[in-house]
Design a protein around this ligand. Structure first.
Ligand code: COS
Length: 382
């Protein structure tokens, strides 16, 4: 790794790697096959402090900087990308949104249990017909006395079936007076609210141990004090949060790519063809060299973006670049790994086919590669 780590960062990386390799890696394949989410993993992550990594200590967080968080996340992703996405969404989106825009009472109620892993966080922006075009979302919130009443459907909600807190975006403008992206507000939902239903569990290609669900809001009654921040600001909050969420996905993707490289190095060393280990062939060496180089490049851009965030700078551009580069590196590296394994890469006896399936979604969620390119190109003209 090109980045020079502080003592604290080295310590966190060691803790994350030990946990990931001893607790997550041995069961990652089985959980994937069984599409099994394990609440015990959430408990363990909470105990390690990994669900409140960037939260201040007053909220039981570890109070760490972005880079340290991303280093831990990469280690988790090397072992189990399903656990990594849950950790990324929780740390990057709902906790940070509450910290930044929550009232004192909201922070007091939610942040400590979130940091301890007692309440898992989720984020609900997309809808079946509003994906890349996020501001076209249609879920409607109507004020009714000291409540808001929400109707609509949210899609692609990571951890949504097990979340204790969901930050969800809905329209608070009226059908008569649409205000586009300025007509969207953020709400803090909890599963006890009447009218909140899990309407579908997705049967996914990869990240199968991470549940992704659709949520139905059916006259969902939300107390008025669950509005997050200012009315009409929800889209901007979501975009600003995704700028940072994308760093988490980039770390997850870097971890998947690194796993692809590590498995490939080991396999190329032990697999023999034509009388020698396949690592002796330049065709294989070049793949390994390119994988290592691209991973280092993706990580360097990501760490640059993390440093920019910690300096208080916008990560709209650097976060989009980091996410684009890391996710495409993950997909490419996983493809190389399958190729190096040959037929064995195509069957479930070995872990690289899982990496291949897991890598794909990093080019899709929290903004597709095409959306990242749109964001980057727009920033270049600013
Ligand atoms: N930071 C702060 N504000 C932002 C922002 C950002 N990164 N991006 C947009 N905004 C603000 C804009 O400044 C604008 O505010 P004003 O109306 O006050 O000027 C408002 O949000 C609307 O922005 P814009 O016109 O750019 O919105 P678009 O509808 O054109 O959307 C893209 C732009 C495509 C970039 C956006 O919809 C997007 O990121 N889509 C992907 C969504 C996504 O990642 N979904 C995955 C969810 S997790 S499964």
């Amino acid at each position: 790794m090109l980045t020079q780590l502080t003592d604290t960062q080295q310590e966190i990386v060691r803790a994350a790697r030990d946990f990931a390799q001893s607790e997550l890696a041995p069961l990652a394949g089985e959980r994937d096959r069984e599409s099994r989410f394990d609440p015990e993993v959430v408990r363990q992550l909470g105990e390690l402090g990994f669900l409140g990594m960037m939260l201040p200590e007053e909220y039981d967080g570890l109070g760490l900087d972005t880079l340290t968080y991303l280093l831990a996340l990469e280690e988790i992703a090397v072992a189990d990308a399903s656990t990594a996405v849950m950790m990324s969404v929780h740390n990057s989106l709902p906790t940070q949104m509450l910290l930044r825009w929550g009232t004192a009472a909201q922070k007091e109620q939610f942040l400590k249990p979130m940091a301890r892993g007692e309440l898992l966080g989720a984020f609900a922006l997309s809808e079946p017909e509003a994906g890349s075009d996020a501001s076209a979302l249609r879920a409607q919130a109507v004020r009714d006395g000291d409540h808001w009443v929400l109707n609509g459907t949210k899609a692609w909600v990571t951890s949504g079936s097990h979340a204790g807190v969901i930050v969800a975006m809905a329209r608070t403008d009226t059908p008569e007076q649409r205000r586009g992206s300025r007509g969207i507000s953020a709400f803090i939902l909890t599963p006890d609210l009447p009218g909140l239903r899990i309407s579908k569990k997705e049967d996914k290609m990869g990240l199968r141990a991470s549940p992704t669900v659709q949520l139905a809001f059916e006259d969902l009654r939300v107390p008025a004090d669950r509005l997050l921040g200012e009315e009409g600001q929800g889209f901007t909050y979501a975009m600003q949060s995704l700028d940072n969420g994308r760093l988490g996905i980039a770390a997850q993707a870097t971890g998947i790519a690194r796993a692809a490289l590590e498995y490939s190095l080991a396999y190329a060393d032990e697999r023999r063809q034509f009388g020698k280990a396949i690592r002796e062939f330049q065709a294989i060496q070049f793949k390994l060299a390119d994988m290592a180089t691209r991973i280092e490049a993706a990580r360097a851009v990501l760490h640059g973006a993390a440093a920019a965030k910690d300096r208080g700078e916008s990560t709209t551009l650097s976060g989009a670049m980091a996410k684009l580069l890391a996710s495409e590196t993950a997909m490419w590296a996983a493809t190389q790994a399958v190729q190096i394994y040959g037929g064995y890469g195509y069957v479930t006896d070995y872990p690289v086919e899982r990496l291949f399936r897991d890598a794909k979604v990093t080019e899709i969620y929290e903004g597709t590669s095409e959306v990242q390119r749109i964001v980057i190109a727009r920033e270049l003209y600013r």
